[in-house]
Design a protein around this ligand. Structure first.
Ligand SMILES: NC(=O)C1=CN([C@@H]2O[C@H](COP(=O)(O)OP(=O)(O)OC[C@H]3O[C@@H](n4cnc5c(N)ncnc54)[C@H](O)[C@@H]3O)[C@@H](O)[C@H]2O)C=CC1
Ligand SMILES: O=C(O)[C@H]1O[C@H](OP(=O)(O)OP(=O)(O)OC[C@H]2O[C@@H](n3ccc(=O)[nH]c3=O)[C@H](O)[C@@H]2O)[C@H](O)[C@@H](O)[C@@H]1O
Length: 443
């Protein structure tokens, strides 16, 4: 079992540290955020992630998982250091590498023994070479350093499950012995390991996210066409997905992808391509389609309602997807900006993300503590996030609480017949509208 340091305790760093300790390694997680570290030392996860607290507490109690703000203390005696700091988007869409840069300097100033540096953060192709150069330039003693690219594929909300049941672990190493060491560390997970060189591993991460984003934009385009032609996107997706070459996953039409990674990684990949004079036309279109899709519910509402001015609109769900409190690039943000601009009164409710929503949503949105409160007196309801709580609703609540039962569903949470039976006026994605309790089949 190895002695490991993990730098950065966002989703990726914390889940990586917790998972490595769970399989028996001794792990110290380092973060510069003192409040966060204090919480983690008490066994509290700073992020909402189902199941994470339990595994975290178990390993702290077993003495295998530690947290510190001190790099020197964290790096002492460690054979392996994982980098898991953020690589956010700069204004021009490129990846901001300032945190990675800082970690490289931190490593160089503090390591006192030979070390393998493992990059978990999503970084542009060539960055690992650059990190290694930076470390070597700043080294204060003559230790040997090697670098491995080991990109992360976890999904927020499923992060603990993914850590132990992922489809593959990618190990990109140009030094075979360093790659062997990281493969060995990951053996207890029993997940297939894919070995490659550093640059290919870096590209696998961007290409995977870009491909999944492409599937989503593709199905959203098909949905928008279905709607005009009187076809049903749910049936179309199901029928397409039965082809094993296509698969069912990431064919759910909706209001476009959000979150901390697809939006930033798709833009970063178009920039990476542009450095080598390649215009990534397909991915540029994927991004454009997604931007349009974020506006699709307010656009529908503008068409159906005479005006949004003075109308009370309930937003059900604010997080970018269910089972997370992450608001980064949530479609709820663009949507509420547009509704407020059109003069609507916007009321938001989310089962988990309310605290983060208050920090990130536009000013002017008000918040309530339940679905019922959100719907009371509302002229329209927007389903933004497909939380189980909303999917399980007795649809009579819309008729009972709202000024009029007008529902715009961005996630196709309900069947058309179900909406019709409940007497809703119901507009969803890529399907026929339901008007006055009747499905308007055909064109
Ligand atoms: N969020 C996700 O689901 C996934 C993220 N990724 C990638 O993983 C990387 C990390 O993303 P998140 O976990 O969302 O990060 P995050 O942005 O939520 O957290 C990063 C953490 O690093 C800390 N930090 C910054 N500089 C530091 C330093 N010098 N020393 C110690 N700590 C430092 C910050 O205080 C913060 O707690 C990004 O490159 C992201 O693209 C990859 C797969 C999934
Ligand atoms: O690099 C990352 O950060 C991660 O990005 C995504 O994970 P995540 O953003 O947590 O969530 P997803 O479940 O992929 O959903 C992303 C967005 O796509 C949307 N989506 C997803 C699937 C679908 O069929 N339709 C659809 O609109 C979701 O609502 C959400 O807004 C990838 O799935 C992870 O493999 C990757 O590690």
């Amino acid at each position: 079992m190895k002695k490991i340091a993990v730098v950065g305790t966002g989703y990726v760093g914390l889940v990586t540290g917790v998972a490595l300790s769970e399989v028996g390694h001794e792990v110290t997680c380092i973060d510069i955020d003192e409040a966060k570290v204090a919480r983690m030392q008490r066994g509290e996860s700073p992020i909402y992630e189902p199941g994470l607290d339990d595994v975290m507490k178990r390993n702290i109690d077993a003495g295998r998982l530690h947290f510190t703000t001190n790099h020197n203390e964290g790096f002492t005696g460690k054979e392996v250091i994982y980098i898991a700091v953020g690589t956010p988007e700069r204004e021009d869409g490129t990846a901001d590498l300032q945190y990675v840069d800082q970690v490289a300097v931190d490593i160089a100033s503090h390591v006192k023994q030979d070390v393998v540096v493992v990059t978990k953060s999503t970084v542009p192709v060539g960055t690992n070479d650059y990190i290694l150069r930076t470390i070597k330039e700043h080294l204060t003693n003559g230790v040997a350093v090697s670098i491995v690219s080991n990109p992360e594929f976890l999904r927020e909300g499923n992060a603990v499950y993914d850590a132990f049941n992922g489809d593959r672990i990618v190990v990109g190493a140009d030094d075979k012995w360093a790659g062997d060491m990281i493969e060995e560390i990951n053996k207890p997970f029993n997940i297939p390991v894919y070995r490659t060189d550093v640059r290919s591993a870096e590209m696998i991460k961007y290409a995977s996210n870009a491909f999944l984003a492409t599937k989503i934009s593709f199905i959203n385009e098909i949905a928008n066409i279905c709607e005009k032609l009187g076809a049903n996107i749910e049936d179309v997706s199901a029928g397409m997905g039965m082809d094993g070459r296509i698969g069912h996953q990431f064919l759910r039409a909706g209001i476009g992808y959000g979150g901390s990674c697809f939006p930033k990684d798709t833009k970063a990949l178009t920039q990476i391509a542009s450095y080598v004079d390649h215009n990534f036309e397909l991915l540029n279109s994927v991004i454009r389609v997604n931007n349009y899709q974020h506006h699709i519910l307010p656009e529908k509402a503008k068409k159906v309602m005479d005006t949004l001015k003075g109308k009370r609109v309930a937003l059900l769900g604010l997080a970018f997807k269910p089972n997370t409190d992450d608001m980064r690039e949530s479609p709820a943000i663009t949507m509420s900006e547009e509704l407020l601009l059109a003069g609507a009164e916007v009321v938001g409710y989310d089962p988990i993300a309310m605290d983060n929503a208050r920090k990130t949503m536009p000013e002017g949105v008000s918040y309530v503590g339940s679905v019922e409160e959100a719907l009371t007196g509302a002229d329209a309801a927007f389903l933004v996030t497909d939380w189980d709580e909303f999917k399980a609703l007795d649809l009579s609540v819309f008729r009972e609480k709202m000024a009029q039962p007008l529902v715009f569903d961005g996630r196709n949470c309900y069947g058309l017949d179900q909406a019709a039976e409940a007497g809703l006026d119901y507009y969803s994605i890529g399907r026929a509208p339901v008007v006055k309790g009747k499905v308007e089949v055909g064109m």
